[in-house]
Design a protein around this ligand. Sequence first.
Ligand SMILES: C[S@@+](CC[C@H](N)C(=O)[O-])C[C@H]1O[C@@H](n2cnc3c(N)ncnc32)[C@H](O)[C@@H]1O
Length: 289
Amino acid sequence: MATTENNQPVRQEPPVPGEGLDPSRMPGHWLLARLGKRVLRPGGVELTRWMLDALGVGPQDRVVELAAGLGATARLTLAYSPAAYTAVDRDAIAVAALGTLPHAEATVVRAVRADAADTGLPGGSAGVVYGEAMLTMQPEPAKHRIVREARRLLSDGFGRYAIHELCLLPDGLDPAHAERIAADLSGAIHVGARPLSPTGWSDLLAAEGFTVVGRKTAPMALLEPRRLIADEGLAGALGIVGRVVRDREARQRVLAMRRVFRRHHAHLGAISLLAIPTRAHTGPHSAES
Ligand SMILES: C[S@@+](CC[C@H](N)C(=O)[O-])C[C@H]1O[C@@H](n2cnc3c(N)ncnc32)[C@H](O)[C@@H]1O
């Protein structure tokens, strides 16, 4: 362990993805992570809990989480003691931490550094696949590739897939308006943000061999005080606020993100969908193929 000059142990925080990047340019989710935020998805822990309840993870399930990030949902999933839990993320620092999460002895835990569109995991090896706040940031073709990969990973017959993403409201929003929102979001979070409407998300899943069987929406309130406390706890929220107050560059970024979220409040929401493989799907991943 590292020590100070007078041999006192130094408490070292585990590294957070994006460390060393310029705060004025780094992806918004890693900036928030650096400030202590652990819940990085639009509907917060409440929508995540709905999603996990809907997935009904049990001790017999082999679970794959796509883009597991800092592991906040992984911890909730591991509390169900599934037979296996595999975290996939493309960030090396996130993956290193995901591999060390506490878990029941009966659960086999793995963390894999890979693109969610090409995990390298065996086809049909999972009963449950989910991903949060990760499809929104992909261009259209990558969205399809990732959902297709989720379908490939799932065993036919009893597989479940869930997503938790940002959505544009309502269905049928004027495309030019949708473009403006996406551009404002991308400018604020410094990651391409391409949310879909509720029907757009359902259509994406349907196109890749899924039938949507459950859906819940929630307000997009990631940076609002009430949600911050609900997601991070009072002490966590106060810690984040303290770091924001002390760090001028980070503060400017966070306030800019919140301004954009507030400006488009009426047309932004969070959505979670539960889906199962479509029995008669005739695409490349049909049960028949
Ligand atoms: C906004 S964070 C969300 C993290 C976590 N799912 C959550 O909700 O707290 C986005 C995460 O997606 C990961 N990611 C984005 N695109 C990915 C891809 N194509 N393959 C694997 N991971 C990806 C990032 O590394 C990051 O961990």
